[in-house]
Ligand binder design. Structure first.
Ligand code: ASP
Length: 338
């Protein structure tokens, strides 16, 4: 769909294209229950119209890429989004990109784009916890904050950032931590990149060099299954995932990516057959380290480092799609924090 301009403003302002995908930020109340609403019911133009002073921050164009709750996001949507952002970022008259997105899977889309977009232009993802029709909806304030970040000179070269609740997060670490609260997004291991204050965006640290991987050519991406560990677990789900054609397995393990002996043995068996096994953790904090209680070197397994299970899955899918399959090269990618 071609971009459409919101208003004819001073050409000295930066130009931002807002790509909308749906989510609660574009949600409108529905009568089915007191708190019920339909995601993706409102256009990005209407959302920006509710942001006082937006026209003084940037010239804004709009494109609708999808109109879904992010629980329905697919790798096909990721590819469409990444291709379109790449095209737009290559244009001299586009300074930054903003993506409106549901919060449920925002961290996964953010990491996919962060890994595959080579541009230095700022790409900022934004959503909301309350629909646009709610009392004190957080969408307009989040959009304004995202515009402030997208137009900030220090935003260049940082890859994809997530902005909600006046906080700027990096794509690698950000995660949704609360089902209901507006401060849901946190960067539990690395901390936020910065904040948005009444005076504008403030970064706490400089950007770090970032390595990107080629954008996979087509969907579906290689199948990678997440298997959640629990007390008394057996290898049933690992075997089912392999039978379903998984090329990679992410264990949401206990503690340091641990699981019962039979589960680790099944992962090691799969690794011998070429199915890449990554040990992540169901703990919300801390890295998964190699060779602590599980002998990764001997078993051919990979430790997820700071990647939570959902992010480990995205990273492994992108690696597999690029033909990266040996445990040592996969491990190097998992050791990155940029
Ligand atoms: N289910 C919604 C979504 O992720 C929730 C939200 O946007 O906050 O699209």
């Amino acid at each position: 769909m071609p971009a459409s301009s919101s208003s004819p403003l001073s050409s000295s302002l930066p130009r931002i294209v807002i790509l909308s995908t749906g989510g609660t930020i574009a949600g409108a109340a529905d009568a089915r229950s007191k708190g019920g609403y339909n995601a993706a019911a409102v256009s990005a133009q209407s959302l920006i119209a509710a942001v006082p002073g937006a026209e003084e921050i940037a010239r804004i164009d709009f494109e609708q890429v999808a109109a879904i709750g992010s629980q329905d996001i697919t790798d096909a949507v990721w590819l469409t989004l990444a291709r379109r952002i790449t095209e737009l970022a290559a244009r001299d008259d586009v300074d930054a990109l903003l993506v409106t997105h549901g919060t449920d899977t925002m961290e996964e889309t953010a990491l996919f784009l962060h890994l595959t977009l080579a541009t230095d232009k700022p790409v900022v993802m934004v959503g909301a916890m309350r629909p646009s029709t709610a009392l004190s909806g957080d969408g307009p304030a989040n959009l304004r904050a995202a515009l402030m970040v997208a137009t900030h000179p220090e935003s260049r070269g940082r890859g994809v950032m997530v902005v909600l609740n006046d906080t700027i997060h990096g794509a690698r670490d950000v995660t949704k931590t609360s089902t209901t609260q507006v401060e849901t997004f946190q960067s539990p291991n690395l901390g936020p990149l910065g904040y948005v204050t009444p005076n504008g965006a403030v970064f706490l640290r400089p950007g770090t060099p970032r390595i990107t991987l080629p954008l996979p050519e087509s969907a579906p991406l290689p199948r990678v299954s997440i298997v959640h560990a629990y007390a008394g677990m057996d290898d049933l789900l690992i075997k089912a995932a392999i039978d379903a054609g998984a090329r990679g397995l992410v264990l949401a393990g206990v503690g340091d990516g641990n699981a019962a002996r039979t589960v680790i043995a099944a992962l090691a068996e799969a690794a011998k057959a070429g199915v890449v096994g990554v040990r992540a953790s169901r703990c919300p904090l801390g890295p998964v380290l190699r060779n602590i209680e599980v002998s990764d070197d001997a078993l051919g397994l990979v430790a997820a480092g700071l990647h939570n299970p959902a992010k480990a899955r995205v990273l492994l899918q992108v690696l597999l799609a690029n033909g990266v399959t040996t445990p040592t090269t996969v491990q190097s990618a998992f050791d990155r924090t940029d």
